[in-house]
Write a protein that binds this ligand. Sequence first.
Ligand code: ARG
Length: 270
Amino acid sequence: MTAGRPRPSPRCATLSRMKRFLALLLTLCAVAQATTVAEVKKKGVLVLGTDPTFTPFEFKGADGQIQGFDIDIARAVAKDLGVKLEIRAVGFGALMPQSVTSGRVDMAVSGITITAERAKIVSFSAPYYRSAQVFIVKQGNPSRFGWPWNSAMKGKTIGVQANTTGQYVANDLLKPRGAVIKVYDDFAAGLADVRAGRIAALIGDAPTVADLQKRLPGQFQQAGSALAAEDYGMVFKKNSDLAAAANKTLARLRSSGEYQALLNKWIVQK
Ligand code: ARG
């Protein structure tokens, strides 16, 4: 008897049909996620995607709960829509923009910088926070880093978080000047390398520096002036009317004084 490839048993065939059906179902479920105000209201929840490694905008508290400035803003949007907020932790690389474009989340609020490139594939709310990209170095700045660029920085390794505007700025401004760029999935891993002196600097968002100085005094500092100013926006599927709804909430928070109260509550004041 020749040992040919065994023919699939009827049971296997049923199983594979079931698998195909399940795959189809999963695809449909993803598509069925809400992208409009009406859909969100119908299902009664607004699904927020956020990368909770960005204190004080989004982080896990001692109790394991995801909290922060962005979370309170997102909560206000859900409240104004009359729905519950469901929070999903997503790594920044997957969050922007795939989670939003695929409909796995209805909205992403995660200190996300508004850029023209990103605005081609997702819709942004109005800006809600002014920020900047800066060099973060070890306290005392042993590598004489800073912006504007100086020739002592040539050939030095600079860390960036994958998919962030820090990475874009590094590619635009630092690589052409002779810096070596090291990409981290996890911002904290980059910080650990700065602390250990394995890299000269990390590019990060300006509020991160103030927060680090508060949480880990004497370890890190900003070096030089900002490389680029930027604004954070909430992110939605392209052309979703949720963006306009979020803008209404932002306007309400600003005029009621709640926006200022949230700044006072979460953001380290300089
Ligand atoms: N503002 C930067 C960007 O949009 C970094 C944001 C990082 N946010 C986070 N939750 N890890 O690319």
